[in-house]
Design a protein around this ligand. Structure first.
Ligand code: PDD
Length: 279
């Protein structure tokens, strides 16, 4: 995976450099996107590009890349890296390099970067563990900003505390999302996930899971999930482009349900895997 895209050119990773005055470096003034690639094919590309557009307009950054341009850049990137299996594409767009000043002006040249990396494929079939933590992030979590320090600290805290993979976050007593995932619970035989808002990222996997459960006839309620409902849940799942749907079997060291991946997860995950194979 040694060829990357930077500002219109495909170049070896070692030669890809940006200015120390880049506003992404100085202010985390940029956004990103992660697109999964299954068997060499970009998965849900239009949905990811739509979210990228929303993130860009969320920080008032205009970029002259339309869907066709992105498609040709990413196809070429996958081609040059001979990607035929499962992978991820990372895109980062920053406001570009300029003399350091909190104020920005129009007319900067955005920095546009993309690279791909094999999907690590963590085996989640036996379940993962998570901790519950206060959501310490800002109020614009719907923007996929590169300012990820709170998320980084939360995930590392989860790992250092008890080897957990994820920190499930809660604000004012209600679950928002994971530090790098969305959250679902199964309670009283219904699947629930927090509704979209500025307090969570509108996950592409989340939306697909809601859609797949809807099509299977079972309701998936997009409703606020109180911390105490999380603690009583029979099943907890987290979703992301890199993990898929992962059952959480331990929360803060205590078993979730019977401490094993549950039947609703199994059914939903089967549908998700089938969808992936056929799309
Ligand atoms: N993160 N919420 C947050 C805070 C995330 O960082 C992510 C994904 C998600 C899930 O979104 P999606 O289903 O579109 O991947 C929710 C990616 C994988 C990352 O930053 O590595």
């Amino acid at each position: 995976m040694s060829t990357v895209y930077l500002n219109g050119r495909f170049i070896p990773l070692e030669q890809a450099t940006v200015s120390v005055l880049d506003r992404g470096f100085n202010f985390a003034d940029g956004v990103y996107e992660i697109i999964p690639v299954f068997l060499g094919k970009l998965f849900r590309l239009p949905e990811h590009l739509k979210r990228l557009d929303n993130s860009l307009s969320g920080i008032s950054l205009s970029l002259d890349y339309d869907g066709r341009k992105w498609r040709s850049v990413l196809d070429e990137l996958l081609n040059l890296n001979r990607v035929s299996g499962d992978s991820t594409v990372y895109i980062q767009v920053t406001r570009g390099a300029a003399e350091r000043n909190h104020f920005y002006q129009s007319g900067y040249t955005p920095t546009v970067f993309a690279m791909c990396k094999p999907l690590s494929g963590l085996d989640v079939s036996m379940g993962i563990s998570a901790i519950l933590h206060e959501d310490i992030r800002w109020e614009y979590c719907n923007i996929k900003s590169v300012a990820l320090l709170p998320n980084v600290l939360l995930k590392q805290y989860a790992r250092d505390k008890d080897g957990s993979h994820e920190a499930i976050l809660s604000r004012d007593g209600y679950v928002t999302e994971g530090a790098s995932s969305n959250v679902f619970i199964v309670l009283d035989n219904t699947v629930r996930t927090p509704p979209k808002s500025n307090r969570l990222l509108p996950g592409i996997t989340r939306d697909l899971v809601v859609e797949l459960i809807g099509k299977s006839g079972g309701p998936c309620l997009e409703v606020p999930v109180a911390e105490k409902e999380l603690l009583q849940a029979d099943e907890i799942w987290i979703t992301s482009s890199t993990l898929g749907i992962a059952p959480v079997v331990r929360l803060d060291g205590r078993p979730v349900g019977d401490g094993k991946p549950g039947p609703v997860w199994r059914d939903t995950n089967d549908r998700y895997q089938a969808f992936k194979t056929n799309n």
